[in-house]
Design a protein around this ligand. Structure first.
Ligand SMILES: [Zn+2]
Ligand SMILES: [Zn+2]
Ligand SMILES: [Zn+2]
Length: 763
């Protein structure tokens, strides 16, 4: 059996089922999964296999079963045989999993020997990836190596019928890690119980750093407006929403309107932060997620977090990664002391080392199914299948929010979210994770894949790495990689129409793309249509100051400088400067980005001049429209996609002039912002649907892959999917990797593997 079958309590379950069914034989770990030999009457073996599928341990995933018949040996008993793993591994390390219900019960049971023990776990739950130094996943290779098990823990560990059989991080009060509370200056805070003292301090409004599973969190009482404001001020983080942790599902229901799918997502062992619609007047401080109707909520996933919520006074905690701006999350005790002393009032420490840095994952239900926006704790390092065989490949991803991917055979392994590579600690984190994952999966990359952008740090890194080792380099266009990621997830080998709707990515014409209709196979693409090119005055500065983008759009589609100035709130001087930059083409690269069109529209509709965080305007624009109908009331909102006269002329252009005039008319006519925002979404979706229909007429292709950072916008995703399905298209969306740049490296792997396959078959 292959899949996630090691380190997840698979062998004890097999042992129990086989003994109950009076089957003889054995189970043992193998390089590729587990091998089970069963001896007994055939119907009983069949029923065993059915039961195993139904009763498999919660963290196990059976990907394939190979069956073979042997002559009976006359065995009478069933045994678990010692694992001898030789050669290559393909199972590796499981992902970290939230505390299971059995462990939670023990944690809160006053007569249990692990009552209130902050590190209890079993084979169905607990840390995995984050505490593992190297493979095989065995206690001596983890940060639990320094805690020899006591006799009771050892007995559990060795008993095949125990829930803790071979639970590598197994521990208790007598033998395991412990917690303590420190002042920011590093001195110990004396108290009867550090957890209780932490709770008292949180209730008083203090800011605490709390060591978790994949890193430190900064915690404050999420119902305390002043405490939240103080955290923002000390962390220098303004505007960007903060995630909150809630006691349990009932508490989450009281604060958010949850769908069944969202409730299920909250309770998965991966325990991601879920973006959900906030209830009105829910008691959460308004500073937690200003100006948007959603909250990022999640449930406790470590015993220590459950203990904080065991006090009924703790209702909701801001739990945000402990870092300054774009630095990676802090994991090491000294690192936390150094980096967090100016931010926090106290630190709840523990002495189980975190070996792999891993942020919380972020997910949302988009169109009825989960979509990962940040794939990290709970998902990494689980493999994502590939639809074709890959040579050993390393794909380095994009620029900001980087994630790399390693691949071999039919599997790709994405790293956790790494953050900004331009930060020196970010690059260190990248190299550390690369060394760890390539060792774990025994992948020695022979092909290095990078983005086409010559200025990306990841590109420079890839070029240097490949030239030092004389490895083959493959460059992949950004928006092709986005669509390829969606294709590979759904094993699509036939051509698709790809909608790559994005912030920015380097195009084959040297311009900045991002509103693209591409005809794609995995190995190649044609650009069928794109949004009209608009200058980005000041380059990156136009992303930080969306009014610049609005000014350029308005001017670009024919508004006068005077009108553009008025509509964007620019000063005379700013308008003159921007006009000059645009007219003389000074530092004003051309872009077809849909992300930038959203920025521009938001700047005009919401009068927002600056952003505090990435994609803020788009999020706010989606947010303000949330209660509005999807229906398009004025067709003038639809950008014009015109088929060119000569069908050979490509790419075609989607023109936004009419959209802008409708928007400005409505704004002047006093139409509510929310309605204009909704009409803008509907219009943009309609234009891209028209372009996709045009692409079908041209190519006969009727399947569409939706990708790119703009697919984080759930309203846009829903409008596109439903509109395209009405027109008879089959529509594919991301489910396993992020639609944004977090999914890029997986797409890069798929493109490179397809190019190599093509070369091998057509040399
Ligand atoms: Zn457990
Ligand atoms: Zn113990
Ligand atoms: Zn992108």
């Amino acid at each position: 059996m292959r899949g996630v079958v090691q380190g997840v309590g698979f062998r004890p379950v097999v042992y129990r089922l086989a003994t109950e069914d009076h089957l003889a034989g054995f189970i043992g770990n193998d390089t590729d999964g587990v091998i089970i030999e069963l001896e007994g009457p055939e119907p009983r073996i069949d029923s065993f296999l059915k039961r195993l599928t139904a009763e498999r341990p919660p963290l196990a995933r059976i990907d394939s079963v190979g069956l073979e018949s042997l002559a009976p040996l006359g065995d009478a008993t069933f045994r678990i045989i010692a694992s001898e793993v030789h050669g290559r591994v393909s199972t590796g390390i499981p992902a970290d999993a939230a505390t299971c219900s059995d462990c939670l019960q023990e944690l809160l049971d006053p007569v249990d020997r692990r009552y209130r023990y902050p590190f209890l776990n079993c084979t169905n739950c607990g840390p995995r990836f984050t505490i593992t130094r190297r493979i095989p996943y065995d206690r001596p290779q983890t940060s639990m190596a320094v805690f020899p098990m006591c006799s009771e823990c050892r007995a559990e560990y060795e008993d095949p019928l125990n829930r803790r059989f071979h639970a590598q991080p197994n521990a208790c009060w007598r033998c395991g890690p412990r917690v303590w509370l420190e002042s920011p200056d590093g001195s110990m805070i004396q108290s009867a119980d550090p957890v209780t003292e932490t709770i008292e301090r949180l209730i008083r409004g203090e800011i605490l750093a709390i060591k978790g599973i994949g890193g430190f969190h900064l915690a404050v009482d999420a119902t305390d407006e002043a405490a939240v404001a103080r955290l923002r001020q000390r962390k220098h983080r303004y505007g960007k929403p903060l995630a909150i942790m809630l006691r349990d599902l009932d508490a989450a229901r009281a604060i958010c309107e949850l769908t069944t799918e969202e409730e299920a997502l909250l309770q998965t062992p991966a325990c991601p932060i879920v973006l959900a619609h906030a209830r009105f007047d829910n008691g959460i401080a308004s500073g937690v997620a200003p100006d948007i109707p959603w909250l990022g909520v999640y449930l406790p996933y470590a015993p220590l977090q459950h203990l904080l919520f065991a006090d009924p006074r703790v209702k909701a905690l801001v739990m945000t990664s402990a870092n300054l701006s774009e630095e990676p999350i802090a994991i090491d005790n000294d690192e936390a002391r150094n980096r967090l002393s100016d931010i926090v009032d106290a630190i709840l420490m523990h002495n189980r080392e975190i070996l792999q840095r891993c942020d919380d994952s972020v997910a949302a239900v988009s169109d009825g199914a989960p979509q990962l926006l940040r794939r990290a704790r709970g998902y990494v390092p689980l493999a994502v299948p590939l639809p074709l065989d890959a040579a050993p490949i390393l794909a380095v991803g994009g620029h900001l929010k980087d994630v790399f991917a390693l691949a071999r055979g039919r599997f790709a392994y994405q790293s956790q979210h790494l953050g900004d590579l331009e930060n020196p600690t970010g690059l260190e984190f990248f190299e550390h994770s690369l060394a760890h994952l390539s060792h774990t999966f025994e992948i020695d990359p022979q092909i290095i894949v990078h983005d086409l952008h010559p200025g990306y740090l990841s590109t420079a890194w890839a070029k240097r790495y490949a030239s030092e080792r004389s490895l083959r380099l493959v460059a992949v266009q950004h928006h092709h990689a986005h669509v390829a990621a969606c294709m590979a997830e759904h094993a699509l080998r036939e051509p698709v129409i790809g909608l790559s709707l994005d912030g920015t990515g380097y195009g084959t014409d040297g311009r900045i793309w991002g509103g693209e209709v591409l005809i794609c196979t995995l190995d190649a693409f044609d650009r069928f249509a794109h949004l009209n090119y608009i200058p980005m005055p000041g380059g990156e500065a136009a992303i930080r100051d969306p009014w610049r983008m609005a000014f350029a759009h308005l001017k670009g589609v024919g508004f006068s400088e005077q009108e553009a100035r008025y509509l964007t709130g620019a000063s005379d001087q700013e308008a003159r400067l921007l006009s000059r930059m645009i007219d003389r083409e000074i530092n004003s690269p051309l872009t077809s980005s849909l992300g930038r069109l959203f920025d521009a529209a938001a700047a005009v509709i919401l009068r927002r001049r600056k952003v505090d965080y990435d994609a803020q305007t788009a999020i706010e624009l989606e947010g303000i429209a949330v209660k509005e109908s999807d229906r398009l009331k004025r067709t003038e909102y639809v950008p014009i996609f015109a088929e060119s006269d000569s069908p050979k002329e490509s790419p075609r252009v989607i023109k936004t002039a009419q959209l802008w005039r409708a928007l400005v008319d409505d704004l002047r006519g006093g139409v509510p912002q929310a309605e204009i925002a909704a009409q803008f979404h509907a219009g943009v979706a309609q234009a891209f649907i028209a372009a996709v229909i045009g692409a079908r007429q041209f190519t006969g292709i009727a399947q569409v892959a939706l990708s790119g950072g703009c697919m984080h916008n759930r309203r846009l995703a829903r409008l596109l999917r439903s509109g395209l399905e009405q027109e008879g298209f089959k529509v594919f969306q991301h489910r396993q990797v992020s639609p944004g740049d977090g999914g890029l490296s997986y797409g890069q792997v798929a493109v490179a593997a397809a190019i190599l396959e093509q070369e091998a078959t057509h040399p």
